[in-house]
Write a protein that binds this ligand. Structure first.
Ligand code: ATP
Ligand code: MG
Length: 456
């Protein structure tokens, strides 16, 4: 139910209550007034008739004068008049028929009181002219009461209409900014965040308008960042493709060429009438070396494109495999790896690949730039609350830390393809990256990634 209908219902109930109170008070007050006034009028009229009786009886035609007097008294308020014939013992004054409303009002007020009746006899010696009978009649007073009650009801209705109009206007004015807010939110739902709200209205609504405005501006910013991120991801893919093309060209190209040369030489040697078997065998040996190198390069490129271990073994085992291969290739560096992911936790492919790439790039960087002797990699989960709003304390994030004891980074980091790519991947997953000095002298890189189901 809208606020307007509720408020109007309350006003209507209040008005009905007040009007009912006024009507009941009027009805209660009416009874003594009606009784007093009708009784007073009865005794006044009786005095009046008795005073007039002397003159009427002294006149030559008292019957006619009596009728005239009775006719005059018919218009008097609060009494009914009747002429009784001579010798009539029973006083009977018929009451003029009244509308049902007045009868109803009479039963509510003085329904239990019978009309008072008096007969004033007109006699001159032995002559009896009959009598003028008078009775109390409450209907004038009841008519007044009915008019007063009608006035109360009409005034009440007018007041109700005025109050409804006023509240409707006040509510319409107060809620105008709410309608504006609804329109703005509908626009935001449709993806338009350039909204311009006139911040007005009550303090509560002003506060909501401000919040909606800052929400719109935050969404605008996120939309821009999203667009930039999409562009960056496309650039990243292009960069990756270029890097692979470079690798194929620089690494595979020369070895393929060398293999072809050896193959051609072998072919021409074997085409001779008396081929030199030992030199052909040497050439075959060289050809096999080239093919071995090609296989290694091929495996490296394929591994860069999609680490097979990740798909086959899962993240923890794939990282162990990476660390093992790395230790074999860099025997002088002490690499420790600790993966503390719950065994029942299943990560999506993108998150797993991102963590794998972070470790891979950090190891390469620590070797290439830091010349580190010790590298420690730690992957673990922790409550989100340590890194975000308290209400998300129950949610978890993944913390990937790589520390080395190398020469450390300069304060102005010159982001290359490696760190930039890492940052883009982490941001795309809604995480963050922190690079600083490590406790063992070199660099510490910390990546915090929300678990996919923590993102809601
Ligand atoms: N562990 C580290 N210790 C010291 N310096 C580092 C470390 N990691 C990165 N750096 C510095 O940060 C720079 C940027 O690294 P980044 O990985 O982005 O690019 P890169 O390694 O130079 O090239 P690539 O695009 O091949 O990765 C490096 O050139 C290096 O100077
Ligand atoms: Mg690098």
């Amino acid at each position: 139910m809208s606020i307007q209908i509720r408020l109007n219902a309350v006003i209507a109930a209040l008005l009905i209550f007040c009007l009912a109170g006024l009507v009941v008070t009027k009805l209660i007050q009416a009874r003594p007034r009606i009784l007093t006034e009708t009784t007073n009028m009865l005794s006044f009229t009786k005095d009046y008739i008795e005073t007039a009786r002397t003159g009427i009886l002294a006149s030559p035609d008292p019957s006619t004068r009596m009728r005239e007097l009775a006719t005059r008294l018919e218009d008097a308020r609060h009494i009914e008049v009747a002429l009784l014939p001579p010798g009539e013992a029973k006083i009977n004054v018929p009451q003029t028929p009244q509308p049902t409303t007045l009868q109803w009002l009479e039963s509510m007020t003085i329904g239990d009181v019978d009309p008072q009746m008096i007969a004033i006899p007109f006699k001159r010696g032995m002559e009896d002219f009959g009598s003028i009978a008078i009775a109390t009649s409450p209907f004038n007073k009841l008519r007044e009461l009915s008019v007063a009650i009608e006035d109360i009801i009409v005034t009440g209705l007018l007041l109700a209409l005025a109050a409804f109009g006023l509240t409707s206007w006040v509510i319409w004015r107060a809620l105008r900014p709410v309608h504006e807010l609804c329109d703005a939110i509908a626009l935001m739902e449709a993806g338009h965040y350039d909204i311009d709200l006139t911040v007005s209205g009550t303090p509560e609504i002003t506060a909501i308008s401000r919040s909606v405005e800052s929400l719109a501006s935050a969404l605008r910013k996120a939309q821009r960042e999203n667009a930039n991120l999409s562009i960056r991801l496309i650039q990243l893919q292009d960069d990756e493709r270029r890097a692979i093309a470079r690798e194929l060209h620089d690494e595979l190209g020369p070895h393929l060429y060398a293999a072809r040369v050896r193959g051609t030489a072998m072919k021409s040697e074997l085409a001779k009438a008396e081929p030199d078997i030992s030199s052909t065998a040497q050439m075959a040996e060289k050809l096999l070396e080239e093919i071995n190198t090609l296989q290694l390069v091929n495996r490296r490129v394929l591994h860069q494109l999609a680490p097979a271990a990740l798909r086959e073994l899962g993240l923890t085992e794939a990282l162990q495999d990476l660390a093992d291969r790395w230790r074999e290739e860099h025997s002088t560096i002490n690499l420790t790896l600790s993966v503390g992911l719950p065994t029942d936790m299943s990560l999506d492919e993108t998150t797993e690949l991102t963590i794998y790439r972070i470790v891979q790039e950090c190891l390469t960087n620590a070797y290439r730039h830091a010349h580190a002797s010790n590298i420690a990699v730690e992957i673990m989960t922790e409550p989100f609350g340590n890194n975000g709003p308290a209400q998300l304390k129950s949610e978890k994030v993944i913390r990937a830390t790589v520390i080395d004891d190398g020469k450390g980074m300069s304060n102005e980091i010159d982001f290359g393809y490696g760190l930039r790519g890492m940052q883009e991947r982490i941001t795309a997953l809604g995480g963050k990256i922190i690079i600083g000095k490590s406790s063992i002298g070199g660099t510490e890189l910390l990546a915090i990634l929300p678990l996919p189901n923590s993102l809601g």
